[in-house]
Ligand binder design. Structure first.
Ligand SMILES: [Zn+2]
Length: 498
């Protein structure tokens, strides 16, 4: 008897699972059609007319699903906002995505028009185009849709729309209020966003923010990202004679800016890549629990070294994820006179190093820039904020002209935030596997100032495949990722928080 009940319940669990898969697949079919339609509207952020046409499409699509929509004017291109009717008893999720895309050069694409989606199946190391008719027989989750913004970031918008359909068809009541903000200038650094938060604060008010943009971890497993690094830049120039001089006449005599710059840069880091400037890593403490989460990310340091072809990594952290928890000090370019075939026998007039500093929440960019400048002064250099005049050249032996870049802050949400716990738990249940938790992503997202201004817990929940050629020709999304995104949104929007 017991056995029979067990079998029956197993069977029913299996059949509801199977039904879910069937329901998801048919929703994916709808999503593919909707995505083709959406991609066919060019979305180059450099062209305001493109953005208007996309916003009109969005108004209609969100409107059909019962959202109230609004176009939020900014100092530049407008933002698109949508919200389902509010219930004050429920917590509110704000979902950020973007509708603009990178410009395209059609000659670099393996298809006639990057805005006309092409269906392809994997073949050997590449892909072959297949007819849309093949979708009528079967939707293969390994097939891909090629077109601009198929991954970045139109498919997440379509995933959300189709999840709403699925929830409505099933009569599932959502335990959250849902607000959506769609950026139209993400590819142009989202400049109007922080100001827009101030202007539309009431409208954007929410309990937590989900950013659905970018790819899942390289292992293709479910991923939640809690933060990302910020960035600022410094440009350092040292000076020799006012004009390049003959190295026979003046070598050994005219001061050499290349050596000055090399000596200066060498004081900034030890041979293991650790910054020697006092205070640079202040405030960063990685406790045991955090270290364990960092270690649980399935990266292989050996594989990274093999792929990038270097023997030993720098030792700021003891492994890749740990290294990303610290601010970097990177020489991104060096220039003095000429090299290679153009090299000349001269004492150059100047040498320049371009630095970028990736920031973490503990390391304010303005503070780090000041630490570097103070360090330069301590090495006996006169720090100037302009090109030296003749008077200054005659007054100081060693001069550095420091040009400062603006600061984009880092953001990071605490890993024990209840909404983050909810997201990872729900996704773990949805996909039946552990969720990869990234504490700090190495790169910088332009919406960090928006997040910091909103002052609510924020999580990046990526939904597309890592090999999507984002920003490049032949951008694509794996059809299986459409299913992934719909399941992810479905799990989150149908599961009550405990
Ligand atoms: Zn994006």
């Amino acid at each position: 008897m017991k056995k029979a009940i067990l079998l029956a319940s197993l069977l029913s669990a299996f059949s509801s699972y199977a039904q879910d898969e069937v329901a998801i697949k048919s929703q994916v079919a709808d999503a593919i059609n909707e995505l083709r339609d959406f991609i066919s509207i060019p979305n180059d952020a450099l062209n305001p007319d493109d953005i208007d046409r996309n916003i009109n499409w969005l108004k209609r699509k969100f409107g059909e699903r019962g959202f109230n929509t609004a176009v939020l004017e900014t100092e530049n291109l407008p933002l698109f906002f949508a919200a389902l009717p509010m219930n004050t008893q429920k917590p509110t999720v704000l979902i950020y995505m973007h509708l603009d895309g990178q410009s395209v050069d059609p000659t670099k694409w393996n298809q006639p028009d990057p805005y006309e989606v092409v269906l392809k199946a994997p073949e050997g190391d590449g892909f072959k185009t297949i007819s849309w008719d093949e979708l009528n027989d079967d939707i293969n989750y390994d097939w891909r849709l090629f077109g601009r913004s198929t991954s970045d970031d139109k498919s997440p918008i379509v995933m959300l729309l189709n999840t709403i359909d699925l929830l409505k068809n099933e009569g599932t009541e959502m335990p959250f209020n849902v607000k959506v903000i769609l950026d139209s200038e993400e590819e142009k650094s989202s400049k109007p966003l922080p100001k827009a938060v101030k202007e539309y604060r009431d409208l954007l008010e929410a309990d937590f923010l989900m950013i659905v943009d970018g790819p899942v971890h390289a292992s293709e497993k479910p991923t939640v990202v809690y933060g990302c690094r910020g960035i600022t830049t410094l440009s350092l120039t040292t000076y020799g004679p006012i004009q390049p001089q003959h190295s026979g006449h003046y070598g050994n005599y005219a001061p050499n800016p290349g050596f000055q710059l090399a000596q200066l840069l060498a004081t900034m880091k030890d041979t293991n890549g650790k910054v020697l400037i006092p205070g640079y890593y202040d405030g960063i403490n990685i406790d045991e629990a955090t270290l364990n989460i960092l270690k649980s990310v399935p990266d292989s340091d050996e594989a990274i070294a093999e792929k990038l072809q270097f023997k030993t990594a720098e030792k700021v952290g003891s492994f890749y994820q740990e290294a990303l928890q610290y601010p970097s000090l990177n020489i991104r370019g060096l220039e003095s006179a000429w090299v290679g075939a153009k090299a000349r026998t001269i004492v150059p007039e100047s040498a320049t190093a371009e630095l970028d500093l990736r920031l973490v929440v503990e390391s304010d960019g303005t503070r780090l820039k000041k630490l570097v400048k103070d360090h330069i002064s301590k090495q006996g250099y006169k720090v100037l904020d302009h090109e030296p005049s003749k008077e200054e050249r005659m007054q100081f032996d060693k001069i550095v002209y420091v040009k400062e870049g603006s600061v984009t802050d880092a953001f990071r949400t605490s890993m024990d935030n209840p909404y983050g716990v909810f997201l990872t738990k729900t996704m773990k249940e949805t996909f039946g596997e552990d969720v990869i938790q990234i504490r700090t992503m190495g790169g910088t997202v332009p919406i960090a100032p928006f997040i910091n201004e909103l002052k609510i817990p924020a999580f990046i929940v990526p939904a597309v495949n890592p090999d999507n050629n984002q920003h490049s020709p032949n951008e694509n999304v794996k059809i299986g990722q459409l299913a992934y995104g719909i399941k992810m949104f479905y799990g989150v929007l149908s599961t009550p928080m405990e």
